[in-house]
Design a protein around this ligand. Sequence first.
Ligand SMILES: [Zn+2]
Length: 201
Amino acid sequence: MKQAKQTRKPPHHAHMRHAVRSDAPHYVVRRSKIHGSGVYAAREIPKGTRIVEYLGERISHAQADARYEAKGQDDGHTFLFVVNSKLVIDAGVDGNDARFINHSCDPNCETVIEGGRVFIEAVRDIRKGEELGYEYGLTWESTDDPDELANYACRCGAAKCRGSMLDPVPLDKQRKQKAKRKAAKKKAAPVRSKAQPKARK
Ligand SMILES: [Zn+2]
């Protein structure tokens, strides 16, 4: 009995060690094999951990378009994050380390949008030294310049790499699909109202 007690670590010490560990930074920025700089786990990061907020200047889509399309600065290293139809975060201005997190086709992180703010969270347990990545799903239109789109080729190295950081379906096609679904619903509506009285019998 006595021996067992002696081998147990003092609880206070254990608590201190835990406190130090959870204060340690989650990540470090260094050169990436994938693209420019990357963000790497500086320690083990458990699934569900909120790692960092995506910060930058909060602007409209029109402002973002004017800023980058006009200047022709679309070189595949975009720092624009589309939050919703009204808001874009430009991490090229007042951005933090989150802007260096690369796209991955087999991501260990995801973005969570809460009250117009964007957070990057671990979707699985991440080992120390692993590069952090999330699915960019960049929006594009089928009328976009193919040379420009080629800048968004993916070299993440994942077994299921789809070769692109772009959303699989361009925006214009997504809109068409949505319109079709709406039209189909409208057509279906009178049929449904007819069916209802039948069901009551
Ligand atoms: Zn990939």
